[in-house]
Design a protein around this ligand. Sequence first.
Ligand SMILES: *Cc1c(COP(=O)(O)O)cnc(C)c1O
Length: 363
Amino acid sequence: MADKPSFRLIPHSNPVPDAERAQLIADPGFGKIFTDHMVVIRWSVGTGWHDAEIRAREPFQLDPASAVLHYAQEIFEGMKAYRTGDGRVTLFRPEQNARRFNESAHRMAMPEIPEEMFLEAIEKLVALDKAWIPAGEGSLYLRPFMFANDVFLGVRPASEYIFCAIASPVGAYFKGGAKPIKVWVSQDYSRAARGGTGAAKCGGNYAGSLLPQAEAIQRGCDQVVFLDAAEHRWVEELGGMNIFFVMDDGSLITPPLGTILPGITRDSVITLARDNGLVVREENYGFDQWQADAASGRLREVFACGTAAVIAAIGKVESKGSEFMVANGETGAVTEKLRDGLVRLQRGESNDGHGWLRTIPLD
Ligand SMILES: *Cc1c(COP(=O)(O)O)cnc(C)c1O
């Protein structure tokens, strides 16, 4: 059964009691609370994927020489399960997460996981822990990840890996409605270079973004924006979100794929915008142009997007030696419309013309 294990279910012997869980998910915040179970699947050279289990969430025992602790061979995904108005539980384009997970795996010299196994892992976890999905604006954030687990300090792709998926109930990312954020454009640090790992969802990219992100916070900003590594000129993306510019003719500009992370929200926004008759151009946009267009009024709106926050307006921009507002600094009409359209679609409140929602079978 190598490479196609069936999942062994070992239910939690002592799950969180109903009343306590209800209290926890009433105001969950982001990424602090976890459900009762986790998925674990092992991979080793020769055997392939094996020992697929869903069991009580618990710490791993890692040898101090475990490869991931030294060379950061690790990838992850981020996705959400939603409770729809008609009582279903859905995922949004999860096969895209499965596909991207394998692209990240390929870049990091890790084994790929069959897409059906990835999806089954996620669906089984959500179905088992469905009571943890918050009502209203909340959702269940899912975090599948994989890491190298060889006990070996030599530098080479590992021969053993662990795939794991955990789930975390989350509230609306930005409390009290979506206030426009302020971004810090880093001119000292870059996130990714051509030929690097920018398009892979790997932990290492995040480790490298923490110092510039801390700098952003220190400057009173919410998020860092990265420019390209070669010229420090072209806008790439935020630490964990893609970026769009809305021009005065109603068209949208977003940086092309390559060194940026190919966001599923980014792809969905492009499609929804085009559905709405808007022109979307995937092309390089310079920070100098951003400043000039904000000053001239040609630039009407800027927003960031990703699974966690969905769509967040960017109202203010700061960098070394400059600070400016985008239009009046408020959330613009196009941003609002796209966010509303995407959120309604994700929650099953509008027609899913693209077949993006996947309903999870709940025994
Ligand atoms: C995950 C991620 C995004 C957003 O991707 P989504 O699929 O839309 O959630 C954007 N940038 C980076 C660096 C990311 O890691």
